[in-house]
Design a protein around this ligand. Sequence first.
Ligand code: SAH
Length: 213
Amino acid sequence: MSPDSRKIRLVMKMRSAGVSDTRVLAVVERIPRDLFTPPAFQDKAYEDTALPISYHQTMSAPVVVALMTQALEVGDRQKVLEVGTGSGYQAAILSRLCRRVYTIERYRDLLNDAEERFKELGITNITSRVGDGTFGWPEQAPFERIIVTAAATDIPPLLGKQLADGGIMVLPIDDGAGGQSLIRVRRHGSEFDTEDIGEARFVPLVPGNEPRD
Ligand code: SAH
């Protein structure tokens, strides 16, 4: 099967999984997932499967990326914070839908590789740094949208603080029974309305010990 027909098959899979936002589907078609996929898994780049990257981390399955992106309801004037850059695939998708993506990764090597890929694709609206994403990016807050691509036990409080009023955050949360739920949080002033939007399976969000500022 040619790469193009694999891509079409993947987009059809996204549609049947409930991805109806045509902007999201169009961006998935434009961003080459094979560029983010490790050499050993090139044949799986357009399969709907999570794939291992370095440091025992994984890049999410593409349907999950599309569903999370859709749930985030990203607008082209918005600033988006991503915690957990990983391969950079999710950040690249977001970069085509918003004004600027700020993305944080705890492994420098993963981030370096992701930055190379952004350069190769001519993406100039992603700002990235190494660090503990549970602290967010206070210098750039507030963010209209926040996405966390590693599972936390609860909503990291500093991320809640850095979410703009009216903003949306999407993140996987441990359900306490060995599973994870994908949660969408909407902020209204000091209220955070949460909604369970499905099951998830992410690597854990590992809090570091960066000093608070
Ligand atoms: N969004 C990624 C998938 C990332 S997997 C993609 O599209 O490929 C989750 C990533 O979160 C891993 O790379 C892991 O190193 C990172 N991570 C885990 N805890 C973190 C933390 N506290 N701060 C920043 N990154 C973290």
